[in-house]
Ligand binder design. Structure first.
Ligand code: AVJ
Length: 336
């Protein structure tokens, strides 16, 4: 299905692969009948989940957003100077696009800029687009409501100018390492020699710092995780008792990833009327809801190489927690 709403400097394109309810229902059924149980983190981002994620970004323990903002505040003019002419800025998982403003602000003087945010949460897309259109009177926006793989299809059609493709905020962290390489490779295959990519990657670090970032004192990350069950209750007519599940975040150092779980605090059974599913939970049984991979610089190098990308330069925050990489498609034989 494809729906377009036209306005002077703004266009919204909705790319959804079939009925979104069916995908959610099927994935929930598959995940909760699997052993061990799991749910996909892409379902965190309903309207409430997107709002909770924005609150996470402001938490004292969640350093990622502040670190990446620090890098962009310091280096956006330098990044902009690498683009001589008009440019199309494409962003995967744009969210509220607050960090992106810094880049747009640096790019706009002397250039025509088209901004193409791609996000799965349509209300968030509309709100952030309205905000940017007001702030930047010359900015043109084509907002794409889509998941990554559909967004990638749209990416191919935005090719009349050099493109800057943004994948910020450690969004790459939700992919397993091999999948991340594969996805970057697919983006790379759409890139011309004039295109560039900026990828924000969270670095491996102390367990205590990481675990606090994903299990904050105010309980916002816990609410974000539990919202997945609330969403199942709303959309699939479920009867999850949210007070009988606990948030858990642990750092798996070998795999270099934060793992998030919802833990059933007692033996219980849960019914989802809309899909005719009843699921039993043992006391202490977990639902795995998210992985958030962390990288060393060596792992980032290997990732770029596997994806056929060349790391032209990178910047880090002063505390060395987060790394922003400026990449181009490799054209030498080894990269193709
Ligand atoms: C949106 C995937 C970058 O992994 O840090 C934040 C999501 N989960 N707190 C992350 C998240 C729990 C976030 N990403």
């Amino acid at each position: 299905m494809m729906v377009s709403v036209s306005m002077p400097r703004f266009r919204l394109v909705e790319l959804t692969g079939g009925d979104p309810f069916v995908g959610f229902a099927q994935d929930v059924e598959a995940g909760l009948t699997a052993e061990p149980k799991h749910l996909s983190c892409r379902y965190f981002y309903d309207r409430e989940g997107s709002r909770l994620f924005e609150a996470i970004c402001k938490l004292p323990e969640y350093y990622l957003t502040r670190a990446e903002t620090e890098i962009l505040e310091r280096h956006a003019p330098e990044i902009a100077s690498l683009f001589p002419n008009d440019v199309t800025v494409i962003e995967l998982g744009s969210g509220n696009a607050v960090k992106t403003r810094l880049l747009l602000e640096a790019l706009l003087p002397g250039r025509q800029v088209r901004y193409v945010p791609i996000d799965i949460c349509r209300p968030v897309l509309e709100e952030s687009a309205a905000d940017l259109l007001e702030r930047f009177p010359r900015l043109e926006i084509v907002a794409v409501a889509a998941e990554y793989h559909e967004g990638l299809r749209h990416l191919r059609s935005e090719s009349d100018r050099p493109r800057l493709i943004l994948w910020l905020g450690s969004n790459i962290g939700n992919f397993r390492r091999a999948e991340a390489a594969e996805f970057l490779r697919r983006i790379r295959d759409t890139m011309t020699s004039a295109d560039r990519m900026l990828v924000g990657v969270d670095l491996r670090k102390d367990r205590a710092v990481l675990e606090a970032a994903y299990d904050d004192a105010a309980g916002v990350t816990a609410a974000f995780n539990l919202n997945l069950l609330a969403r199942i209750n709303h959309e699939l007519d479920g009867n999850f008792d949210l007070s009988a599940f606990q948030h858990r975040a642990t750092y798996n150092q070998e795999l270099g990833r934060i793992e998030m779980y919802l833990v059933s605090t007692r033996a219980q059974s849960v019914t989802m009327g809309r899909i005719g599913l009843t699921v039993q939970f043992a006391a202490g049984e977990t639902i795995h809801t998210e992985n958030s991979y962390k990288y060393s610089l060596a792992e980032i190098n290997a990732l770029a190489a596997a994806a056929g990308l060349q790391d032209l330069c990178f910047w880090q925050d002063t505390a060395g927690r987060f790394s922003l990489h400026f990449l181009a498609a490799r054209t030498d034989p080894a990269g193709t």
